[in-house]
Design a protein around this ligand. Structure first.
Ligand code: ADP
Ligand code: MG
Length: 255
C-alpha cells in the first residue's frame, strides 16, 4: 500500500511546490511509482512539469466537481515514474462550487481511494491557505510534510497549521500524522539561516529532516524549463539535496 503525503504550509513562497516537484522526481529516480496531485489554483507544480496549464480538459477541478473520473484526470508519466493530476486557475472557484455539498471534505479522498494501490507515493501540493482544498488534501493524506523557509518569520503561522492538522485528525482522518519539517532555502553564507534552524528545532516538537534544502539558483530556474531538478541539472546542490530527502522519506516508513 502506498503512502500519501500532503506538502502543506499556509504561507506562500516557502518551497511547497519546489518540494512537491523535486521530491516526486527524486522518489521516481529511486524507482518509486509516484502520482503528484496539484491542488493549488496557481498550478505551479503543473507548469513546473512542463504542462501548459491553459490547455487542459481535465484537472483537479473537474475531478472534484465529478465531471471526470480520476483515471481521466491523470496525465501518465509526465517524466519517467511520475504521473500528475494537474490544476489551473479554474480551481479557484472550488470553494464556491462546493457550498452546501454533502461530505465535501472527503471528495478527493474518495477519488484517490480508487487508484491508491497503483502508486508507491502520492504527493499532494497544497495551496497557500487553510481552505477546503487543503482540508481535502489532509483528509486524503497519511501525513503532512511541512516546508519551512529559513527566514526570520519562519515559525509564524506554524501553530495554526499544526492546529489544523490536529482538527483534521480528530474529526476527519484519524490516521493523519505530521511526517516532518524540512528546512528550505538554507543559505550557508549567512548566520540567519543557521539561527532559524536552531530556533525552530528548539521550539518545535516535530520530526525534522536531517536534509536541509540549500538556496540554489538551479532550483529556481528549473520550472521555467518545465523540468524537475534531476533533469535540469542533476549535479546541482539542489538535485543532491532532494535525492537525500527522498532517501529519508523512504527510510522513515520503509516503503
Ligand atoms: P510555495 O509553493 O510554498 O509558494 P515555491 O516552491 O513556489 O513556494 O517557492 C517560492 C519561490 O522560491 C519560487 O520562485 C522558487 O523557485 C523559489 N525557491 C524555492 N526553493 C528554492 C531553493 N531551495 N533555492 C532557490 N530558490 C528556491
Ligand atoms: Mg506553491
Amino acid at each position: 500500500m502506498g503512502r500519501t503525503i500532503a506538502i502543506a504550509n499556509q504561507k506562500g513562497g516557502v518551497g511547497k511546490t519546489t518540494t512537491s516537484i523535486n521530491l516526486s522526481a527524486s522518489l521516481a529516480e529511486k524507482g518509486k511509482k509516484v502520482l503528484v496531485i496539484d491542488t493549488d489554483p496557481q498550478g505551479n507544480t503543473t507548469s513546473g512539469f512542463g504542462i501548459n496549464k491553459n490547455e487542459l480538459d481535465n484537472t483537479v477541478y473537474e475531478l472534484i466537481l465529478g465531471e471526470c473520473s480520476i483515471q481521466e484526470s491523470i496525465i501518465k508519466n509526465i517524466v519517467p515514474g511520475v504521473s500528475i493530476i494537474p490544476s489551473n486557475v479554474n480551481l479557484a472557484a472550488t470553494e464556491i462550487e462546493l457550498i452546501g455539498v454533502d461530505k465535501k471534505e472527503f471528495i478527493l479522498r474518495n477519488e484517490v481511494d480508487w487508484i491508491k494501490d497503483q502508486y508507491d507515493y502520492i504527493i499532494i501540493d497544497c495551496p497557500p491557505s487553510l481552505n477546503m482544498l487543503t482540508i481535502n488534501a489532509m483528509t486524503t493524506a497519511d501525513s503532512v510534510l511541512v516546508p519551512i523557509q529559513c527566514e526570520y518569520y519562519a515559525l509564524e503561522g506554524l501553530s495554526q497549521l499544526i492546529h489544523t492538522v490536529n482538527l483534521v485528525k480528530e474529526r476527519l482522518n484519524p490516521d493523519l500524522d505530521i511526517e516532518g519539517v524540512v528546512f528550505t532555502m538554507y543559505d550557508s553564507r549567512t548566520n540567519l539561516s543557521m539561527q532559524v534552524v536552531e530556533n525552530v528545532k528548539s521550539h518545535l516538537n516535530q520530526n525534522i529532516y536531517k536534509t536541509v534544502i540549500p538556496r540554489n539558483i538551479r532550483l529556481a530556474e528549473a520550472p521555467s524549463y518545465g523540468m524537475p531538478i534531476n533533469m535540469y541539472d542533476a549535479k546541482s546542490a539542489g538535485a543532491e539535496a532532494y535525492l537525500l530527502l527522498a532517501d529519508e522519506v523512504i527510510n522513515r516508513k520503509g516503503v
